[in-house]
Design a protein around this ligand. Structure first.
Ligand code: ZN
Ligand code: ZN
Length: 135
C-alpha cells in the first residue's frame, strides 16, 4: 500500500495516481466549478480577482489554465506565457502562432520522411545490340 501525505491538506491518504487526497480532489473540483461559474458572470475578470473572489490560489488557477480546464477571456493577463516565444497566452502552453507553427513543422517533417520517387530505370534499348553481337 502506498500511503502519502496530501500536500494540500496534510492528511494521509492511499495513493492511487492523484497528487492530492480524494477529499481535496473533490474540493478542487468544486472550486473549479465555482471559478467557472464566476468567470461566466464576470467575463474579463483577472486571475487575481478570481482568486480573491473564489478563494482559490492563483497557483491553482494557473494550473487549471495550463491543463486547459479553465479559459480566461482573450487579453486577460493570466501570467502564463508561450513556452516557445514568451507571448502572454490565455490557456495551454503555446500561443496560437506557435501552435500553428508547431503543426506546420510537424507536417513538414512528415513530408520529408516520405520516400523519394524511384529514379527511372536506365534505358536498356542498347542491350539488345550487345546481345546481337553474339548471334
Ligand atoms: Zn488533501
Ligand atoms: Zn508563441
Amino acid at each position: 500500500m502506498d500511503i502519502r501525505n496530501c500536500p494540500n491538506c496534510g492528511n494521509m491518504f492511499q495513493y492511487v495516481g492523484s497528487r492530492i487526497c480524494p477529499n481535496c480532489v473533490k474540493k478542487l473540483d468544486e472550486d473549479l466549478q465555482k471559478v467557472k461559474a464566476y468567470l461566466d458572470e464576470n467575463k474579463g475578470a483577472t486571475v487575481a480577482k478570481v482568486s480573491e473572489e473564489c478563494d482559490v490560489s492563483v497557483k491553482q488557477i494557473r494550473r487549471w489554465i495550463k491543463e486547459e480546464r479553465l479559459m480566461f477571456a482573450p487579453g486577460v493577463d493570466t501570467g502564463l506565457v508561450c513556452m516557445q516565444c514568451g507571448m502572454p497566452i490565455a490557456s495551454g502552453t503555446l500561443c496560437d502562432k506557435c501552435a500553428a507553427q508547431m503543426k506546420d513543422g510537424f507536417d513538414a517533417s512528415v513530408n520529408r520522411n516520405n520516400p523519394k520517387p524511384q529514379p527511372s530505370k536506365p534505358k536498356s534499348s542498347d542491350s539488345s545490340l550487345h546481345l546481337s553481337k553474339y548471334k
